[in-house]
Design a protein around this ligand. Structure first.
Ligand code: CA
Length: 231
C-alpha cells in the first residue's frame, strides 16, 4: 500500500534524485516533466501527494496547483512546492494557491521525505509505514500483513486500509462518510452500504481469535475500535 507520489519537475537530475529517495523510503514515485503531462497522470491515478516544481516549461507550478484546487476530484491532494530562490517564499505564501508546504532548492532529500511524511500523516493516516497494534493484533503496512498472536491472518486490501485507519485512531468514532473519504479518497462511486460490507468482512477475518469485538457499531454514528470492547 505504498503511497503514490507524483513528482512534477523539468530538471531530469532533480526528478530522478527525488524519485530514488521516494522509492528508498517505500513510496511509489510517478514522474512528469511538465504540468501538462502531470495533468493527465493525475486524472488516471489520483496520487496521494504531489511534489511540484514552480518553474516549469508551459504551465507553471502555481497555475497547475490552482487548477488542481479548483477540481473537486483533486482539491484535497497535498502539494509540496519546490522553488528555486528563497525570495519566492513570501510570494508563495501570499499567493494563497492552496500549497500545503514548500522547499527551496537546493534542499536535502531527507527534509523532503520528512515533509511528505508529515503531510501524509494528516491527509492519509492509513498510508504511513510504521506497524501499529492493539493488544496482540499487529498491522504492518509495509509488508501488508495482519497478525494476531504472531499468526498471519488473510485480509483484503480495502479491509486492511480500514482496519489500519481504526487502529491508528483508537477510540475515535468514524462515520461512514469519514471512512469513505479516508480510504477511498475522492472516488465517490461507493456508498454507505459498501463500508458496512467491508466492516463485516473485517469482523469475519478477526472472529476466530475473538478480535471481531474490537469493532463496535455505534448506531446513527458509525464505527469505533477499542480494546475496551473486548472486555
Ligand atoms: Ca524547473
Amino acid at each position: 500500500m505504498a503511497a503514490n507520489i507524483l513528482i512534477v519537475e523539468d530538471e531530469n537530475a532533480i526528478l530522478e534524485l527525488i524519485a530514488l529517495n521516494l522509492h528508498q523510503s517505500g513510496f511509489n514515485p510517478l514522474r512528469a516533466i511538465s504540468a501538462e503531462i502531470a495533468d493527465s497522470l493525475v486524472k488516471n491515478t489520483l496520487p496521494d501527494l504531489i511534489v511540484l516544481d514552480w518553474m516549469l516549461p508551459g504551465m507553471d507550478g502555481i497555475t497547475f496547483a490552482k487548477r488542481l484546487r479548483a477540481n473537486s476530484d483533486t482539491k484535497k491532494i497535498p502539494i509540496i512546492m519546490l522553488t528555486a530562490k528563497s525570495e519566492e517564499d513570501n510570494k508563495i505564501l501570499g499567493l494563497n494557491s492552496g500549497i500545503d508546504d514548500y522547499l527551496t532548492k537546493p534542499f536535502s532529500p531527507k527534509e523532503l521525505i520528512a515533509r511528505i511524511n508529515a503531510l501524509l500523516r494528516r491527509s492519509s493516516p492509513e498510508l504511513t509505514d510504521e506497524p501499529v497494534n492493539i493488544l496482540d493484533l499487529t498491522l504492518d503496512p509495509l509488508q501488508h500483513q495482519l497478525t494476531i498472536k504472531g499468526k498471519l491472518i488473510q485480509i483484503g486490501p480495502t479491509e486492511f486500509k480500514i482496519l489500519h485507519l481504526f487502529i491508528k485512531n483508537l477510540n475515535k468514532v468514524f462515520s461512514r462518510n469519514q471512512i469513505m473519504d479516508k480510504v477511498w479518497g475522492n472516488k465517490s462511486e461507493i456508498d454507505d452500504r459498501t463500508v458496512d460490507v467491508h466492516i463485516k468482512r473485517i469482523r469475519a477475518c478477526l472472529a476466530n481469535d475473538g478480535y471481531d469485538k474490537i469493532i463496535r457499531t455505534i448506531r446513527g454514528e458509525g464505527y469505533s475500535v477499542s480494546e475496551k470492547h473486548l472486555s
